[in-house]
Structures are given as structure tokens and as C-alpha cells.
Design a protein around this ligand. Structure first.
Ligand SMILES: Nc1ncnc2c1ncn2[C@@H]1O[C@H](COP(=O)(O)OP(=O)(O)OP(=O)(O)O)[C@@H](O)[C@H]1O
Length: 489
């Protein structure tokens, strides 16, 4: 959707100019200045002038506009592998050439933005304590210049306390904003989804407003999955160019609470390695690895009862479905992967198909005892951190949670190999790794007085909980519009 001014229905528009504009045949090459040409190539803008020739990928073109005499093109310039910053080129335009140039510029912006919305209206939230506490600095230095050069409409607010982003999302004027952009780790997006989910018009709010992350935290899984980067400036560019993408959200019920999860649910080793190693923060990212290995070598088990509503059981079928989605080249707008009931309504969250964790088990569900469970890990996205592609078959809106279960009594060497296999990308095919697509599950930890449960990286009480997916309930922006950036299966 373009927010450029239109003269349709404008009583003051000049009808002659309009007819002239319509008659202009838009050439791919525009002659500018004395000896320069700008050509719209296949994937890039080719600039040829007396100084040099260069190709500027359309993806990097942020904006283009006229002043009185000049045409200015703003773009993201690669400074290093992980850092880009805005730059511009400007050429004089003859008055007589103005009409042709205007038509050419409009074609350039079409190529630069494709299906992505231009000039997105963004509510930017900054967690001043995210990551190493430098989210504010990252925003001013790396992110804001890109947003401004792309002529995004921005409104910035710092979060003041834990849960503040929930309140902001609950009260957000959803007609004023297209995007809530979180300069944070995965904690703020979790809060924003829940704030939108708490509203009386939850379904409309969640389908209209895209939640995105600018990686400024410790865990930046959302940015890795949707933008393929942990760099704030690159993520800013990808968000400017991001395509609206429906995202499955998962309702979690625990005691009498219901809330939403967008990323993961873990019980046992993964939750403990993250949440029980706070005292090892000085180790940085290594604290998770350390915590994981210690428990792996001790062969720690996490007994539980588990009931699962499985959608796809075998890895081969999961792989086939993934590849089908990968090869789907249908225009993003025509993808019918958001069910009608989640769109456009003004109602609250969808009702729970399978009740809550406090209800009797739904018909057809059976609790099975997992006495020696070593790892229970459920994921809605692929990468759980940079280089941790735990759920390579995960898709944004297939209506499923990917569930990994590993027995805790496998040999130490096998356990160690599976840990290393996550990074090398061979984890999925390991025989002892159970990988299923599930619609919902209930898990009841047993024989443990205390323990850890993590939902989207946040600690919740060590009590039974139930999870149920809602296909395409939420909205994010992604590079592809339909798959994650992690290597798939
Ligand atoms: N001003 C604030 N003071 C204290 N906590 C805040 C503030 N703003 C946000 N928070 C909380 O900080 C928590 C962590 O946020 P986030 O995930 O964005 O950062 P992070 O660095 O990745 O976090 P973590 O180190 O816990 O993984 C969230 O629970 C959020 O509610």
C-alpha cells in the first residue's frame, strides 16, 4: 500500500497534467544532468555518470524524491559486512524532463518496494535495559537513520518497567500504526503480542499491526528468523522492505491464566540452561552452552506425562511439506494462509478448541508417561538463537508447533553429537531425535519439586500447561513473506 499522495477525487488536480502523465511511456533509462543515466535493471538500479558505473540493488533503495531542481535517491550503503548506513545521490532534472522523470521515479519505487508497504507508520519501543543496555544507542546510531531515510513515520517510546510494552499494545491506536518495532530482545515482542491479545478487538489488532524486532537484546531469535540477521542496521533495512506475513500464535493455559507465545516452549534442559544460569551472566552467550553441557553430561532427566495432538508424525512427510512451501512462488498477497476467521473481525482472541489445562483431557488425547525425558522443546520459529536452528522445518503459518523430544538416557557421546549437530544442521535427521508437527499438547511435570519452564525465554511457574496453535493469528514482517531465513530441511 502506498501512502503517496493521489489526485483521485481531488477537485484541485490539474486534469491536463493528469492526461499528460498517463500518456508518458516510461522508459527504463532516465537521462539526468549532463552526462549521466539511471537505468532500471533486473534487480538493481544502474548508475552511469562521468565518475563511475555502479549497480544499486533495489532492495537497498530507501526512497526517491524531487526537490525544486533535483532528483534525490536515498539508499542503504554497505559500510561493512554487518553495518549499513544511509547515503544519497542527487542529479539535476531539466524542467522539460520533469514529467518523464516523475513517471520513472514512480517505477523505481515500485521496483524498490514490490509488495512491501511504503512509509510504514511505526510505534518504536526501546527497552533501555535490553542486552548490554545499549538499545538506545543502537537505535540512534544504526536504526533511526535508515527509518528516516526511508521516510517512515516514527513515534518512539522507551519502556519504563517490566510489562510496560503489554500496556502500550493494549492501548495502541491501531488505525494510526502499521508496525510495533521493538528495539530489544525477544521479551518485548512477547509482551506486545500479549498486549494486542488482551484487547477486545484482539483479532483485528493482531492481523493489522505487524510486530517486529530490531535486535538489541540478548536473545534476538525473532530477527534471525524473519530478517536473517543480528545486525540492527541490516534489520532496519529489512523491516523497511519487510512483507506482511501471518504468524501462528500459541495460546498457553496454566492454572487459570491464558497468554500467548510466539517463539518457543521448553521444559527441562533448555529452560534450565537458560533460566538457571543467570548467575553465570559474565560468561555472555556461553552460559547457555555451559549450562546445557553440564546437564547433558550428568544425564539429567525430566519425567513428565505428555498428551499430544499430532498433525504430522514422520520426518519425511514434514520435509515434503516444507519443500512444497519453499517452492511456492505465488505472490504473497494471494497466499490464503490466514484463515478467514482471524481476519478483519473485531472480536477478542479465538476460543480454545481444546479447553484449558484445567479441563478434562479432550476426546482422543491420551497421556503417555515419559519417565526419562531429557529434552522437551517446542518451537514456532526455526532459529532459537544465532546458529541454533533447532526447528529447521518450522514455518510461520502452517498452524503447527514443531516438537522435539529426546530421551535423557541416550549415551553421553550421542547426546554431545546431537548438541553439535544443531549448529552443523544435521540435528533433524538424527535417529534419536523425535520431531513432530503438533497442533497442541499438554505437559505435566512429575517427581520434581522444582524446575524450569520457559515460554519465549520467559520463566513461568513450574506447573502443568497446555498449548494450542492459532493459525496465522499474529502478523510480522519478513523478507520472504512465507518462510523463515534459517536453512530448512
Ligand atoms: N525500563 C525497564 N526496566 C526494567 N525492565 C524492563 C524495562 N523495559 C523492559 N523491561 C523488561 O526487560 C525484559 C527483557 O527484555 P528483552 O527481551 O527485550 O531484553 P533481553 O536483553 O533480551 O533480555 P534477557 O537478557 O532477559 O534475555 C522484559 O521482560 C521487559 O519487560
Amino acid at each position: 500500500m502506498s501512502s503517496e499522495t493521489s489526485t483521485i477525487g481531488d477537485p484541485f488536480a490539474d486534469p491536463i497534467a493528469e492526461v499528460a502523465r498517463a500518456e508518458v511511456v516510461i522508459e527504463d533509462t532516465l537521462i539526468v544532468g549532463r552526462n549521466a543515466t539511471l537505468t532500471l535493471g533486473t534487480d538493481s538500479l544502474v548508475i552511469l555518470d562521468s565518475k563511475n558505473t555502479r549497480a544499486l540493488p533495489f532492495h537497498n533503495v530507501l526512497w526517491a524524491e524531487f526537490s525544486e531542481l533535483d532528483l534525490t535517491i536515498r539508499f542503504a550503503q554497505q559500510v561493512s559486512k554487518e553495518f549499513i548506513q544511509p547515503a544519497f545521490i542527487s542529479y539535476p532534472i531539466e524542467k522539460t524532463n520533469r514529467l518523464t522523470a516523475e513517471a520513472w521515479l514512480s517505477k523505481l519505487l515500485d521496483r524498490a518496494y514490490g509488495e512491501s508497504q511504503r512509509r510504514k507508520r511505526m510505534k518504536v519501543l526501546i527497552n533501555p535495559f535490553g542486552g548490554k543496555g545499549n538499545a538506545q544507542k543502537l537505535y540512534s546510531r544504526d536504526i533511526e537513520p535508515i527509518f528516516l531515510a526511508a521516510r517512515s513515520v516514527i513515534d518512539v517510546e522507551m519502556t519504563q518497567y517490566q510489562g510496560h510494552a503489554v500496556e502500550i499494545a493494549e492501548k495502541l491506536d491501531i488505525e494510526t500504526y502499521d508496525v510495533v518495532a521493538c528495539c530489544s530482545g525477544d521479551g518485548l515482542p512477547h509482551e506486545v503480542f500479549n498486549g494486542l491479545g488482551n484487547r477486545r478487538d484482539a483479532r483485528k489488532a493482531l492481523s493489522k499491526v505487524a510486530v517486529v524486532q530490531l535486535p538489541c537484546g540478548t536473545g534476538n531469535a525473532m530477527s534471525w528468523n524473519l530478517n536473517g540477521t543480528g545486525s540492527p542496521s541490516l534489520a532496519a533495512l529489512h523491516i523497511v522492505k519487510g512483507i506482511q506475513t501471518p504468524l501462528d500464535l500459541v495460546s498457553i493455559t496454566q492454572s487459570n491464566r491464558r497468554f500467548l507465545s510466539f517463539l518457543s516452549q521448553s521444559v527441562g534442559i533448555v529452560a534450565e540452561s537458560d533460566l538457571a544460569t543467570e548467575h553465570l551472566r559474565w560468561m555472555g552467550e556461553n552460559r547457555f552452552t555451559y549450562g546445557f553441557l553440564v546437564r547433558l553430561l550428568r544425564k539429567t532427566v525430566y519425567p513428565c506425562d505428555l498428551a499430544v495432538k499430532v498433525t504430522v508424525e514422520d520426518k519425511q512427510s514434514i520435509r515434503q511439506q516444507y519443500r512444497q512451501e519453499l517452492n511456492d512462488r505465488a505472490p504473497v498477497g494471494s497466499r490464503a494462509n490466514r484463515p478467514a476467521e482471524t481476519e478483519g473481525t473485531s472480536e477478542g482472541l479465538p476460543p480454545l478448541k481444546y479447553g484449558t489445562v484445567e479441563d478434562d483431557l479432550p476426546d482422543g488425547w491420551e497421556l503417555a508417561a515419559y519417565d526419562t525425558l531429557g529434552n522437551f522443546y517446542a518451537g514456532n520459529m526455526a532459529w532459537m538463537a544465532a546458529n541454533a536452528n533447532f526447528f529447521p522445518a518450522a514455518l510461520p503459518s502452517d498452524g503447527n508447533i514443531d516438537l522435539v523430544c529426546i530421551d535423557g538416557h541416550i549415551g553421553r557421546l550421542t547426546a554431545l553429537k546431537s548438541f553439535l549437530a544443531v549448529e552443523s544442521g544435521t540435528f533433524y535427521d538424527m535417529e534419536h531425535v523425535s520431531y513432530r508437527k503438533v497442533e497442541s499438547f499438554r505437559i505435566i511435570p512429575r517427581n520434581q519439586k522444582t524446575g524450569y519452564i520457559s515460554i519465549d525465554g520467559e520463566k513461568v511457574p513450574f506447573e502443568p500447561f497446555q498449548a494450542e496453535t492459532h493459525r496465522g493469528l499474529g502478523t510480522v514482517l519478513s523478507k520472504s513473506g512465507h518462510i523463515y531465513e534459517a536453512p530448512g530441511v
